[in-house]
Ligand binder design. Structure first.
Ligand SMILES: [Fe+2]
Length: 201
C-alpha cells in the first residue's frame, strides 16, 4: 500500500509511506513531526527510508528518521555521499510483503529514481514526472536528453498505473498513465527535439 502525505511547504512537496501496511518505508521525508504522527497513528513499523533524488527538499527528514528508528537509507548509487547515511539501491526493494522495482530515471538530476509497484499498479516518480508536468532539466546534474529517455520509460508503464509525484503541481494530487498520456505536454512530445524545445525553450 501507499499513503501520500502533502507536506504543504513552500514547494508543495509530497512524502509517502509505502510497504505492506505493517512494515513501511518513508519516501522523501519532509515534515517529520507530521510523518512521525501518521506512522504512530497507523501503527507502522518503519523499516527504511527511500530517496527519489538528493535535492534538499526531498531529504530534509532523513536524519530524523534515522535517529528515531535506526533504519537504513536507500538511494541511487550516485546519491551515496550526497544523502547522509545513504546506501546504494539494488534493482528491487522488498518491504515486508511488498516489492518495488527501482527504475533509474536520470535527467532532473543524475541520482533520480522511480519506484514501481507492478502488483498494486503505482509508481513514485519524485521530480521526474509530475501530474501534467515533468522535472526541470536546467539544474546542476540535469541532462535534458536523459530526462526525455526517463519520461519515455515511465510512459511504457500500463495506463492504469497511478502516478505519485514529488510535488503537488498538477490539477490533482494523483493521476495515472492514461491521464498523463492525454494531458501532460511532455508525454505528448513525439521526439527528443520536441521535448527539448518544450522543456528548455
Ligand atoms: Fe528535485
Amino acid at each position: 500500500m501507499i499513503k501520500q502525505i502533502a507536506i504543504n511547504g513552500y514547494d508543495s512537496n509530497f512524502s509517502y509511506f509505502v510497504g505492506d501496511g505493517e512494515k513501511m518505508m518513508v519516501v522523501d521525508p519532509g515534515d517529520n513531526e507530521r510523518l512521525f504522527a501518521v506512522a504512530e497513528e497507523e501503527g507502522y513499523e518503519i523499516v527504511g527510508v527511500l530517496i527519489t533524488h538528493s535535492h534538499h527538499d526531498h531529504v530534509e527528514g532523513v536524519d530524523g528518521f534515522v535517529e528515531k528508528f535506526g533504519c537504513a537509507v536507500f538511494a541511487h548509487e550516485n546519491a551515496v555521499g550526497r544523502v547522509s547515511k545513504a546506501v546504494a539501491l539494488g534493482e528491487e526493494v522488498e518491504i515486508g510483503g511488498m516489492k518495488l522495482e527501482v527504475l533509474w530515471t536520470p535527467g532532473h538530476i543524475d541520482d533520480a529514481v522511480c519506484f514501481y509497484c507492478e502488483e498494486e499498479e503505482f509508481v513514485i516518480t519524485g521530480d521526474t514526472v509530475f501530474v501534467e508536468g515533468c522535472g526541470r532539466a536546467d539544474l546542476q546534474g540535469s541532462n535534458v536528453e536523459d530526462l526525455y529517455e526517463s519520461v519515455e520509460r515511465i510512459k511504457e508503464l500500463p495506463d492504469a498505473v497511478k502516478i505519485y509525484a514529488g510535488h503537488d503541481y498538477g490539477s490533482k494530487a494523483v493521476s495515472d498513465l492514461a491521464w498523463e498520456k492525454a494531458h501532460n505536454r511532455f508525454f505528448l512530445c513525439e521526439s527528443l527535439e520536441e521535448f527539448v524545445e518544450e522543456r528548455m525553450g
